[in-house]
Design a protein around this ligand. Sequence first.
Ligand code: GLA
Length: 371
Amino acid sequence: MTFQSVFGADPDIIAAAPGRVNLIGEHVDYSDGYVLPFAISSRTTVSIKKRPDQKIRLASAQRNTAIFETSITDLKPKSDGKWERYPLGVIWVLGIKEGLDIYVDGKVPLGAGLSSSAALECSVATALNALFNLNLDLKDLARATQRAENEFVGVPCGIMDQSISLMGKAGHALLLDCRDLSTKLVKMDLAESNLELLIIDTQAHHSLVDGGYAERRAACESAAAKLGKSMRELSLEELEAGKSKLTETEYRRARHAVTEIARVVKCVTALESKDFDLVGYLINKSHASLRDDYNVSCPELDVAVDAAIAAGAIGARMVGGGFGGSAIALVKQSEIEKTKTAVMAAFASNGFKAPRFFESLPSQGAELILN
Ligand code: GLA
């Protein structure tokens, strides 16, 4: 399938945007924190053509089903739907008033915690920004796509995934200050140090804990309100001093946020000085904090992390929202196969579905392909 075969014409514009892996800085983007993600090579490509009427038609290479059709005047936040809500949310948030034919080819693995949704939103936003000469910069686009997901789709996500999908640079992780979206590129040439980052998709998704993300976010917000400081401004000492004002859950959620933000800062220095043992140590600490204080890991993620470390990985942790999805392991190039074998064996002996493995170098963020 192609745009031409579905809609019988050539597109006006084509744009692509990648998924992401977050090296460190998990569940702190909505707490004004720092995060250190990079864009992966898997990307979603979207082809768009303007229509002379107000219809919006959507098709996807991955969903060999009928064309989804609606009208620009019928776009309503939080309406039912599936993947179509993501591009529709971006059209809505950007205030587009003309009809469109849209064809999506999504190559970011779905449900793997690698942000296929941000890749979809950001590819559509990049294309529409150029097609309608909106002149939005990358920060504007990141905020707009986050709003599309928060207000139109109804997912209370932070701003990390959209920002890195738009701003990623090959060979670099991106230190992103989630308070003002200022950035610093951090060189991440793992191959030069004979290392690789293995992505382990656990293929698990625990729908039982839907709503768990919103609960974590709310706990950090109420802790910040009670202590009068954002997680970003709070020191561990201040948190300990204010412990009695918080519930036990708020305290543990806040302890994760405060320590994780500090780990991101240390990790940047470690990467810059190529101290990968320290990077690995920080990654391991991040996982323990997400597992024990933030309670967003799950048995499959813990087994993946533990098996990778037992097989010799320098560091491993869950990435993304948690409750399933992917883990990353920082591994010596020569030990990649050994690590994969160990993780597969551990999954088999726990009776889990076999994991999938990906490897990706830090890649380029969103770009126009045809303009
Ligand atoms: C999801 C959200 C992000 C971020 C991560 C956790 O991917 O979309 O905004 O909060 O979880 O770090």
